[in-house]
Structure formats: structure tokens, C-alpha cells
Design a binder for this molecule. Sequence first.
Ligand code: GDP
Ligand code: GDP
Length: 455
Amino acid sequence: AAQEGFDPEDIEGELAAAGHGPLPRLAVVGRPNVGKSTLVNRIIGRREAVVQDKPGVTRDRVTYEAEWAGRRFKVVDTGGWEQDVLGLDASVAAQAEFAIEAADAVVFVVDATVGATDTDEAVVKLLRRAGKPVVLCANKVDGPSAEADAAMLWSLGLGEPHPVSALHGRGTGDMLDAVLEALPEAPAQTFGATVGGPRRIALIGRPNVGKSSLLNKVAGEERVVVNELAGTTRDPVDELIELGGVTWKFVDTAGIRRRVHLQEGADYYASLRTAAAVEKAEVAVILIDASESISVQDQRIITMAVDAGRAMVVAFNKWDTLDEERRYYLEREIETELAQIQWAPRVNVSAMTGRHMEKLVPAIETALAGWETRIPTGRLNAFLGEIVASHPHPIRGGKQPRILFGTQAGTRPPRFVLFASGFLEAGYRRFIERRLREEFGFEGTPIHISVRVRE
Ligand code: GDP
Ligand code: GDP
């Protein structure tokens, strides 16, 4: 442990400084045009990330990482998804519902220049019932003269309205201080990080890939009622299904059931549902229709699961319909379109014929094992030492950054912290990740690597 500049005695402190472990989640909700996107950008400190989206354009990402006063958290962005399709109240209610399910605290944004509307009041009721901590953001308070508008929002009964100008940054610091007070140190117990009970699977994929068919097949009976009437299923339903002698919990299957009455323009709900299911699950089974080209929508769903840090299995469905030509092109597409998740176990199934259903459980078990893998610190550092010796970082500006020490800060998914003597380039980090996977497996799981630079 003679590494320069690194204090192995204080590994706990080093890790705390690096902010490791699963991050708590903050959701930003509110009516369209109150300034949610502007605020999210402010919080994550990236101007270009969200704002430029046109209405109706579905975003790729749902969660962003943010840091304030040295604490890291996730920001769950609920805005921007085809808000008009279902009518204003329904879409805002869906956001709130999602926030309730998936977030540890909520920022509720109100346009102070407009005041509280009926829609705002309705959301307040939903949020209150849920009992999650809420920080009230009175937005568009661009100057002192508008402070009085903010004070009017005491009437919502959510406590102090924080006057903010998301556009100019005014008041956001005070509001974020309140957010940190509201946010727990770690995410709620009911989500991904929890141990115990049946393992939780989210079966996700775009409409018509065969989710309900697959669920029916694995459940061995017509569990999922296809022609259910609109709105009859209110609560998310988790189904316990026995597979391979083990009971699994398929989370949020109500999202699958509901799809029927949401045919056109259902993307908004579908995105929220998918995100909520992923948050609740340990492993995501991503269903892709093998008979069609891999789409942007498929990619978006994959990104959600990767961002959420879940174990992952990719199941190509409708294999019964594939001819040789399609199989050829599918393989090419997988190489180019799914390069980011080469590590995910793959199964080629048919929910219709039952083909390869028995391969699903072993794939899920493999992914969960990868997700929970822990590499002892000694072994990790022996491995890092070899890399540093055989493939040193390129010299930059006369200096050569070196990895001094590494440790696995967490599992589910595996998180590594590398302490280095200088900035490690993205290419070098990718190289390290590739070598880690070659050496230790990590099949079916994203892995996080962060680097702390010791001056
Ligand atoms: P969202 O639909 O809730 O995500 O709202 P946006 O972030 O897209 O903002 C809607 C409009 O309000 C945009 O034109 C923003 O520039 C504007 N806006 C957002 N925050 C503020 C603010 O603090 N002050 C003022 N004056 N305008 C704002
Ligand atoms: P969901 O929207 O993802 O739940 O998809 P569904 O389960 O409703 O399936 C959409 C359509 O694809 C239905 O017509 C199914 O019968 C069909 N389908 C589902 N799985 C398969 C499969 O493995 N092979 C074939 N040929 N059709 C399938």
C-alpha cells in the first residue's frame, strides 16, 4: 500500500467523498410550461440536455445525475412526454403517480406568475396522499417584485414556497438546500437495492413485442386479460409466477395489461410505466420483436434499464416468424445497434410456440449473479497492477496518469472507484471496463467506474 497520495487507511472517507452507493431519486413534477425542463437543466448543470426538445418528442433519458453541496442524487425527469395526448389532467396525474412510485422526494413546480390552478390542486392531493417529501418550487420569480406571487402559494398547504427563477438561476441554491433536507441518504427500501423476497423482474418492451403473450406463456395460463376495459385496473400489480421451481415477482404487470386502451399516443404512459417498473425491479427482461428492425424506441427502453443500473436480459421474441434472411440481418443489427449492451445474455424465444422458454430463467439467474458480483480488493488491485504495467495510460502533456488503487464500492450493480494520479481518458476507462469484464465476467450487468484524482 505504498501508493503515492492515496491513504488506504481512510478508504471509508475516500468512498464517502466519491459519493458511492445507490443514489436517492428526486422527481420534478408540475403542469406543462411551468418550467420543469428549465429547472432540471439548472439542477443537473447542463443547459443543452433537455430544453431544446419540442413538445411531443420523447426523450431518451429519464434520469440524470446531479450534485449539490457535495451530495449526489438522481433527478427523474417527468416532463416532455407527449403531454397533450391524454389531456392535461391525466398526463400530469400520471407524472405525479410516477413520482410517487419511483422517487424519494418530489419537487413540485408551480408557475408563480399564474398562481395555483385546479390541476395544481389535484396534484397536491395525490402528492399528499403518497406521503413523500415535497419541496414546493414557485417558479418564474425573476425578480423581487414577483416574491409576493410566490407567497400566495402557501395556500397549497405544502409548506414554504421556494421562490425560484429556473431561467436565471435565482433562488435555486436555497431550493436545492431544501431538497437535500428532504432527500434521504439512500433510496427507499422498496426498490432495486433491497434484498429479500422473490426476485423482481420487469418485463419491458415497446407495444406489440409480445409482453402479454410472454407473460401468459410463462404463467402457464391466461393471466393477463387482454380485453380489459379502460381504467379498470387502477393499481400496479405485481404477479408471482413460478418458473424453474423458483417464485419470481413480475413487477408492474398492470402496465402490460393497460396497454389495450392506450393504443394511439400511449408513449407517455408507456414511458412512465416502463420507468416505474424498471425502478422497482432487480432485473429487466427486455423484449424485442425479432421480426422487425431494432428501433429507437427499443434503444430508449434499454437506456432506461442501463441508467437505472438494473441487471438485464435481452429476449428476441417472435423467433417462429424468422426466415434465414431476417436472421442474417438481425445479427448485423445486433452488432451495430446493441453494442452498448453486448454484455447482456440473449435468448431467442417465441411466446407463441413456447420456443426456448426454458432458457429464460438461466439467463435471468446469470444476469443477477453478475449484478451481485463482488471482487475482493486484493484481487482487484493485483489485476489493476497488471494492467498498469502492461497497458499504461498514454502520456499527456508530459505526464502519465497512473491508477494507484481501486476498490469495489458496491454491488447491484457493481460500482468501482479508481484512485488515480491524474485524469483518465474516456478511452482508457472503456479499456479498463472491457478488461474487467474479460477477467471477472459481469455478464448481464452494467458496471460503474468512477475515478478520483489524487493531486
Ligand atoms: P415545462 O413544460 O414545465 O418543462 O417548462 P419549460 O422548462 O419548457 O419552460 C416553459 C417556458 O417557461 C419556457 O419558455 C421557459 O423559457 C420559461 N421559463 C422557465 N423557467 C422560467 C423562469 O424562471 N422565468 C421565466 N420568466 N420564464 C421561465
Ligand atoms: P405487447 O403489446 O407487448 O403485450 O404484445 P402482445 O403480447 O399483445 O402481442 C402483440 C402481437 O404479437 C399479438 O398479435 C401476438 O399474438 C403476437 N405475438 C406475440 N408473441 C409472438 C410470437 O412469439 N410469435 C408470433 N408469431 N406472434 C407473437
